[in-house]
Design a protein around this ligand. Structure first.
Ligand code: SF4
Length: 385
């Protein structure tokens, strides 16, 4: 989900292509002081590859996946998943050889990215892109819990200056629909379809990506709602993007293990929410059964195949049950240098009034307690810490 702050919505009569300047002159002047974020030793220590991609020293993963040859035919889905697992190992070696200058980027007829697109298409036919695993056929007009179709429901895009410093300027793209229902959602108008969005094809979205890149954005920030229902569409979108730009997967972490596999070798930076420290809170507040298992598995996968920036939105009266267990798990399983944004901007939104503890903002004591928890757990790479 988005880190709400300074935003400029791009207005466009044609939803396919932003028609107005995405970065105003005022925003350009705001951007420069943050550019040294890429030289911050803590950012480099935790996100070295992402920094190299933004600086133009390495290619984004989607470009490499598109250049890595993988031949396949109309095989069974299980056979294609086996091929995907083998290809992922080959892809990692290919990436290393490219980075070492030992080989040049290829332009094969059939690529690792093509294989991902094919597997994404098959997932859509019995949708299990997210952990909810509705099983609906989204290729034939059926919709599941998220109500997403087989095209994007585009809401807006803009150059986001309020994200973490290493992301700014971030080419942020909002789409409608979400896989969970946080009763305090800040973006409930788009996550819960109060706004319908504009139907958008991957080809149209690729044009938006190109425009954002040309305007100087460091990355493409795939948001929602949640990007998970659109994972197949994002694979196809980036297939059509001609030049390298870092990809950012900005998600609630409630996606299936199959989607996690598709993202491996595609996403440069995983910008993952870690929302709850137990399944009871996840179910009661966000209607996300089994959240802890899905979320922790996806964080481990993100660290293994990409780089990770974790957002922890601290909720009132949830330090003991959520903030503490989350922080301790991160420190123990991902390491003390994990880049973590402890977020204290919670405010009651949408249906937050349904729960008494969510009707207020954080107290100073709660903020300090969360910071103490992070320090005691040994986390040493907090954003703005
Ligand atoms: S992405 Fe949507 S349709 Fe697919 S499993 Fe999740 S909620 Fe259901």
């Amino acid at each position: 989900m988005v880190n709400s702050a300074q935003v400029l919505t791009v207005s466009s009569s044609n939803p396919c292509i932003p028609s107005t300047p995405i970065i105003s002159s005022e925003m350009r002047s705001l951007r420069d002081p943050r550019s040294n974020a890429l030289d911050d030793p803590k950012v480099i220590a935790s996100l070295p590859r992402y920094v190299d991609v933004v600086k133009g020293n390495r290619l984004a993963k989607f470009v490499i996946a598109r250049g890595f040859q993988v031949d396949f035919d109309d095989a069974s889905t299980s056979d294609l998943w086996s091929l995907h697992a083998r290809s992922l190992e080959g892809y990692l070696k290919y990436d290393e050889a490219l980075n070492a200058g030992e080989i040049e980027l290829d332009t094969p007829d059939s690529s690792f990215l093509d294989l991902k697109v094919e597997l994404g298409k098959r997932i859509m036919e019995s949708c299990h892109l997210c952990a909810r695993r509705c099983g609906v056929d989204r290729s034939s007009d059926e919709t599941g819990y998220c109500r997403c179709s087989d095209d994007f429901a585009y809401s807006s895009c803009f150059t986001h200056l309020g994200e973490e410093p290493e992301l700014v300027p971030s080419g942020t793209i909002f789409t409608c629909g979400c896989t969970i229902r946080c009763i305090h959602c800040q973006n409930w108008q788009i996550s819960q379809w109060r706004e319908a969005g504009d139907a958008m094809t991957p080809e149209g979205m690729a044009k938006i990506v190109e425009v954002l890149r040309r305007h100087g954005c460091w990355n493409i920030n795939m948001v929602g709602g949640d990007p998970t229902p659109n994972a197949w569409l994002w694979l196809r979108t980036m297939h059509g993007v001609t030049k390298s730009i870092a990809t950012v997967w900005n998600s609630n972490s409630y996606y299936s293990t199959e989607t996690a596999q598709l993202l491996a070798g595609f996403i440069d930076l995983y910008l993952l929410d870690f929302k709850y420290g137990n399944n009871r809170c996840a179910e009661e507040i966000s209607d996300a059964p089994g959240y802890w298992e899905e979320c922790t598995r996806n964080h481990l996968m993100a660290k293994r195949y990409g780089e990770l920036l974790i957002r922890v939105l601290v909720l009132p009266s949830h330090n003991e049950c959520c903030t503490g267990p989350i922080i301790n798990w991160i420190a123990e399983n991902l390491g003390p240098m994990t880049r973590v944004n402890l977020m204290f901007q919670y405010r009651p939104e949408w249906r937050a009034g349904e729960r008494e503890e969510l009707r207020r903002r954080l107290t100073r004591a709660e903020i300090q307690e969360a910071l103490d928890m992070a320090r005691d757990a040994g986390l040493v790479n907090l954003v703005r810490g």
